[in-house]
Ligand binder design. Structure first.
Ligand code: ZN
Length: 260
């Protein structure tokens, strides 16, 4: 799926599903994660299929290592192709990336963690965040906006954000230690991101990341949440929670076509 509003602004964007790939068994369909135990050749074929649909060579895509940290990489022309076909070349210890380079695609891989796409129509800069509970607790989405402001020299009130398919508050039951860590990142809306039940909490990672975006200066009306829960819809999306961990990864993509 893609977000027409971003497309109209000239940003090629996509969230993939399980549909359309060649992976088998636990990874059935369009698994894009090389770190999942799946056959790497199948994963690369799946990635090439996405690249074809997005009308760009896989060598123009860039991925981070994704370690549930909060490092934001500033991606430039020299990074093109890093992590596209091998884990070893992915940007090390990177869970968020920003770039202004046209013709370059940022990509991330997800199975319940929250993808956030960011675009700045003023500078034509863009960003992509991988935020699980650890990344959310360490404020990665807020940090990514701060890096965009610093590097693109623009006002975050012009930015647009999309919170993609990921585990929803309907399914994300967590223990108190997780709740406490995430609460630190957005203390003011604690009541709206936790729903207490049976000694634990249902955590709203969409709400927590939305709060970070607003806290970093984005306007409410420019933040869109797909509200698609990957755990509820594990037939269509890969879900870590729904499969106790052994599964594939969907992808999130953002880029800008290079003008001739
Ligand atoms: Zn759900």
């Amino acid at each position: 799926m893609s977000i027409p509003y971003l497309t109209e602004l000239g940003f090629v964007n996509a969230f993939t599903t399980r549909v359309g790939g060649i992976s088998q068994r636990l990874y059935d369909g369009l698994n894009l994660g090389l770190h999942t135990g799946d056959d790497p050749e199948a994963v690369i074929e799946n990635r090439m299929r996405v690249a074809r649909v997005l009308k760009s060579p896989l060598s123009s895509f860039v991925a981070g290592e994704q370690v549930h940290g909060n490092r934001v990489a500033i991606v430039t022309e020299v990074d093109k192709g890093k992590g596209a076909t091998a884990l070893e070349t992915a940007l090390p210890k990177t869970d968020a990336m920003i770039t202004e380079v046209p013709g370059l695609f940022l990509m991330g891989f997800f199975a319940d963690c929250v993808p956030v796409l960011l675009v700045d129509p003023i500078s034509n800069g863009m960003g992509l965040v991988h935020a699980g509970w650890r990344g959310t607790a360490s404020g990665i989405t807020k940090k990514c906006i701060e890096e965009m402001v610093k590097n693109f020299n623009t006002d975050p009130s012009s930015y647009i954000a999309v919170i993609g398919p990921s585990i929803g508050p309907c399914c994300y039951y967590v223990q108190e230690n997780v709740a406490k860590e995430v609460e630190k990142s957005v203390p003011t809306i604690k009541d709206r991101i936790f729903y207490e039940d049976k000694g634990g909490y249902y955590l709203d990672l969409w709400g927590a990341n939305r709060a970070q975006l607003i806290g970093a200066g984005l306007i409410r009306e420019k933040i869109f949440t797909t509200c698609v829960c990957t755990c509820c819809m594990s037939q269509l999306f890969f879900s870590y929670r729904a499969t106790q961990g052994q599964t594939g990864r969907i992808g999130a993509f953002i880029g800008r076509v290079q003008c001739e």
